[in-house]
Design a protein around this ligand. Structure first.
Ligand code: ZN
Length: 245
């Protein structure tokens, strides 16, 4: 039975001061170019988080929000990682095959939402964001909890030589995340790749949880660019520090 949201029971819990979700196609939003703003959910409950959503550009830059954000505030630019230490601000990313990655440092109380496609992953968006948490907020990587959401899975995600060449250039263990199909093509396990990168950055394996779900071969639950060929809607995933007020 498909549900609107997937949550991981051991990650970013209220007891640890946070909340999170990975969206499915049942909670997907239509694609609207240029969307970049902070808004509150419909119920206008003052305790509901302000939701921050920005334009994504398949890069590695992070938007750091370390001050209160007003509903309706606009953020001009493009970022693929959103970082905040502000309770009540839900940082979100939108995906449909790319990997949504959520980070929570329960010691420093900082959260991040990351959009990691193969380009962003090869360019190191996950380790760069962990390093940013360390430099800006004093995060110790071994304290960080990480959740890797639904994405194109190793079962279906075929990539060709130009992608493999770039992967080999940056990741010596590339063979551990690739299954060859023929000399020019392979299936890439993008979730395992970002997990290994995070561990190289100092995260502990037992603090990394993965949703083992494939957007390409589970059409009842997820949208997929690969499968559908057109962009109809994207799935939203987010994380917030719980506001105590
Ligand atoms: Zn699959």
């Amino acid at each position: 039975m498909a549900s609107e949201f997937i949550t991981l029971p051991s990650f970013a819990t209220h007891a640890e001061g946070a909340e999170h979700f990975f969206g499915t196609r049942l909670s997907a939003i239509p694609v609207t170019p240029g969307r970049a703003s902070a808004h509150r959910t419909e119920q206008q409950d003052h305790r509901a988080p302000v939701i921050l959503s920005v334009k994504q550009v398949h890069g590695t830059d992070a938007l750091v929000v370390d001050r209160p954000v007003e509903q309706g505030e606009l953020f001009e630019g493009g970022w693929d990682a959103l970082v905040t230490n502000q309770p009540g601000l839900m940082v979100t990313v939108r995906t449909a095959d790319c990997v949504p990655v959520l980070l929570h440092d329960p010691v420093r109380q900082v959260v991040a939402a990351i959009h990691a496609g193969w380009r962003g992953a090869v360019a190191g968006i996950v380790p760069k964001t962990v390093a940013l948490l360390a430099s800006r907020f004093g995060t110790v990587p071994k304290d960080v909890r990480m959740a890797i959401g639904p994405s194109a899975g190793a079962c279906c995600y075929e990539v060709d030589e130009p992608v493999l060449t770039q992967l080999r250039d940056v990741f010596p263990e590339w063979e551990s995340v690739v299954s060859p199909v023929n000399p020019q093509k392979a299936h890439l396990n993008l979730r395992a790749f970002v997990r290994r990168q995070a561990m190289h950055e100092g995260l502990e394996g037992e603090r990394i949880a993965t949703v083992e779900a494939c957007t390409i071969c589970q059409p009842d639950e997820f949208f997929s660019y690969r499968r559908e060929g057109v962009v109809k809607a994207t799935m939203v995933s987010g994380i917030a520090l719980v506001s105590s007020r």
